[in-house]
Design a protein around this ligand. Structure first.
Ligand code: PXL
Length: 311
């Protein structure tokens, strides 16, 4: 067997070689830095059909060039149109829920200590204990970092199918603990109605509701109007004392779900990438509208349409 030549290679002096190495390393770290995408964290539930929840958030982050981190709060077994079961991560009784809440908090804390997170979003938080854990973890992070990371709260309460996803007493925990930390809250008409204990049925009522929520929680509000007005899907932003409208043609006869998750994830990706709130929302509205237009279409064995957003 021929032995390998282990003698030192001939080449530049040690100092020159050191300088060259240093230059290469600098260039490499500059490349690595410039290649690293913005980072965003989603704290949400898992949707087995992957149209909504943490799966929709990750697909949206990727499509918009953002590296997504996750903290899972609950597991939802479902297909489009039917939620079969919602299970908080490993929780059956209150004691276990507190244990779960600790797991959720630890996921967030360890990620925030390690990654340069540019924005955070919350989706389905499922229970009072989990909302408290998330609020506590985010409050602590802000305190130790000495700055606020933009926080987008999608107050998921009811699925597109009409199934309830949040236990009713948890609304109080949202109000008291999490909303005060929000940069932006993105309720739909039903969620805003539950929060304000009223029905929102007109454009004027929408304007009143957006302002009332913004005043109550000192946060910007994006109230999603869905199909309230004719052929347009109109959303109202109340931000820094001003109302602004975002609209797109309303898509009829669509059987997708997860548009709310996708919308708030896209806004979070925009904020993590340094866009202003208004620009992030404008880009996200377009992204959601396009994801609906180019949706995937299957048929279930019983012949029912089975559709999913193409992120
Ligand atoms: O679209 C609301 C939603 C959010 N999060 C999870 C879901 C759903 C709807 O089904 O499963 C995990």
């Amino acid at each position: 067997m021929v032995g390998r030549d282990r003698s030192p290679r001939r080449g530049p002096s040690t100092a020159e070689a050191g300088r060259a190495r240093h230059k290469r390393a600098n260039a490499k770290s500059a490349i690595q830095r410039s290649q690293n995408p913005p980072v965003a964290l989603t704290i949400a539930g898992s949707d087995s059909s992957a149209g909504a929840g943490i799966q929709a958030d990750l697909k949206t982050f990727s499509a918009l060039g953002v590296y997504g981190l996750t903290a899972v709060t609950c597991v939802v077994a479902e297909i489009p149109g039917k939620v079969s079961r919602v299970e908080p991560v490993n929780a059956r009784i209150v004691r276990e829920q507190i244990e779960v809440a600790r797991i959720v908090r630890e996921q967030i804390e360890v990620l925030v200590r390690s990654f340069p997170i540019g924005a955070i979003k919350t989706g389905l938080l499922c229970s009072t204990a989990i909302i408290s854990a998330v609020a506590e973890a985010i409050g602590k992070i802000w305190h130790t970092r000495g700055r606020h990371i933009p926080l987008v709260i999608d107050p998921v309460m009811i699925a597109t199918s009409g199934d309830r996803l949040l236990e009713p007493p948890a609304i109080g925990a949202y109000r008291d603990q999490l909303f005060p930390l929000a940069t932006l809250i993105t309720p739909n008409l039903d969620e805003a109605g539950l929060l304000l204990e009223t029905k929102i049925k007109t454009r004027t009522a929408m304007e009143k509701a957006a302002k009332a929520l913004a005043n109550q929680y000192c946060a910007s509000i994006l109230l999603k109007g869905g199909h309230l007005e004719g052929d347009e899907a109109i959303d109202l932003l109340f931000h820094k004392g001003k109302l602004r409208t975002f609209s797109a043609p309303f898509a009829r006869g669509v059987a997708t779900h997860g548009t709310g998750c996708t919308y708030s994830a896209a806004i979070t990706a925009g904020l993590a990438s340094g866009l202003s709130l208004e620009h992030a929302i404008q880009r996200s509205k377009k992204f959601v509208t396009e994801s609906i237009a180019r949706r995937f279409k299957w048929r279930s064995k019983t012949g029912k349409p089975l559709e999913a957003l193409r992120h």
